[in-house]
Design a protein around this ligand. Structure first.
Ligand code: FPP
Length: 253
C-alpha cells in the first residue's frame, strides 16, 4: 500500500493525512473484493523495517490500526469478513495486540479472510519456518513434499494459500520483504497510482491483467491446460456465495 506519504506531500499535507486516506482505500478495496468473491485479501500495512520510521509516524500508524479495528468491526461482520494477522506480534504494542485479538475473535465467523501484515518480514518468516522444519525432525532424505509441509507449518498462517496476485502501488518495482517464500509463482501487478488513489477501477484493471495471464507453474502450455498442478498450488475453497458474473470486469475489453 505504497504512496501515502507522497500523496500527502504533493498536497502540502502531513504524511499522516495520506495514511488516513489510505484507510478509505482499504475499506473500498475490501468491499469490492468481497463482492467479487475473492476469498483471501492480505494488506502489507507495516513491515518490520517500517518500525524504524520516526516514532511519531509509527505511533500514528498504530493508533490508526486501532481506530480501524474498532470502527470497522460491525461492517466486517456484516460482510462476513474475518480478520487475521501475520507478522511479529511481540513487536506490536499491547494496545494493538488487544485490538487485533478482539477483532479476530469478533469476526471469526466470516468466510472471507482479510489479513493484516503487521511488523511483517518475509525473511523472518522464512527463518521461523526453517526452525519448524528443523524441529520436525525430518532430514533431507525425507520426500521434498513432506519437508515443504513441515516448513509451511512454521509460516505465520499455514492456512493462507500462496497469493495468486500481488499488487504494488506507487510505481515501486520490488517486493520489499513481502511473501518472499509464498510468491514463487505469484503474478504481479505494478500500479503507478499512489495508494490513496487506488480505486475500484484500478483494482479491476489489475484483475483483468491477472485473468489474462497464462499460469504454467514451470510446465509447458500443453501440460498446463490438463495438469491439476497448475491449480493445485492455489486451490481455494470456493466462496459459498459465488461472485455475480455481471459485476466481474469484462476481460475481453
Ligand atoms: C507505505 O506508504 C504505507 C505504510 C507504511 C502504511 C500503510 C498504512 C495504511 C494504508 C493505513 C492503514 C491500513 C489499515 C489496514 C487500517 P508510504 O508511507 O511509505 O508512502 P511513501 O512511499 O509515499 O512515503
Amino acid at each position: 500500500m505504497d504512496g501515502n506519504g507522497r500523496w500527502a506531500q504533493r498536497r502540502g499535507l502531513p504524511r499522516s493525512e495520506g495514511h488516513t486516506r489510505g484507510v478509505d482505500t482499504v475499506r473500498s478495496l475490501l468491499t469490492r473484493c468481497r463482492t467479487l468473491g475473492i476469498p483471501y485479501v492480505t494488506v502489507y500495512a507495516l513491515s518490520r523495517e517500517n518500525l524504524k520510521r520516526p516514532p511519531q509516524e509509527v505511533k500514528f500508524l498504530f493508533e490508526l490500526f486501532i481506530r480501524f479495528l474498532k470502527s470497522e468491526l460491525p461492517e466486517l461482520e456484516r460482510q462476513g469478513i474475518r480478520l487475521g494477522m501475520i507478522g511479529d506480534r511481540q513487536a506490536l504494542p499491547m494496545t494493538v495486540r488487544a485490538a487485533l485479538d478482539y477483532g479476530i475473535k469478533k469476526t471469526s465467523g466470516g468466510e472471507m479472510l482479510f489479513t493484516l501484515a503487521l511488523a511483517y518480514s518475509g525473511r523472518e518468516e522464512i527463518m521461523r519456518a526453517a526452525r519448524a522444519l528443523t524441529a520436525s525432525g525430518l532430514d533431507d532424505s525425507a520426500p521434498l513434499e513432506a519437508q515443504e509441509k513441515a516448513f509451511r507449518k512454521g509460516l505465520y498462517n499455514p492456512e493462507l494459500p500462496d497469493p495468486d496476485l500481488i499488487i504494488r502501488t506507487s510505481g515501486e518495482l520490488r517486493l520489499s520483504n513481502f511473501f518472499l517464500f509464498q510468491s514463487a509463482y505469484t503474478e504481479f501487478y505494478f500500479s503507478d497510482k499512489l495508494w490513496p488513489d487506488f480505486d475500484n477501477a484500478e483494482l479491476d484493471r489489475a484483475l483483468v491483467h491477472y485473468a489474462e495471464r497464462s499460469r504454467r507453474f514451470g510446465l509447458t502450455e500443453a501440460q498446463a491446460v490438463t495438469n491439476d498442478a497448475c491449480t493445485g498450488h492455489t486451490s481455494h475453497p470456493p466462496p459459498s456465495s459465488p461472485p455475480d458474473a455481471a459485476i466481474l470486469p469484462d476481460i475481453t475489453s
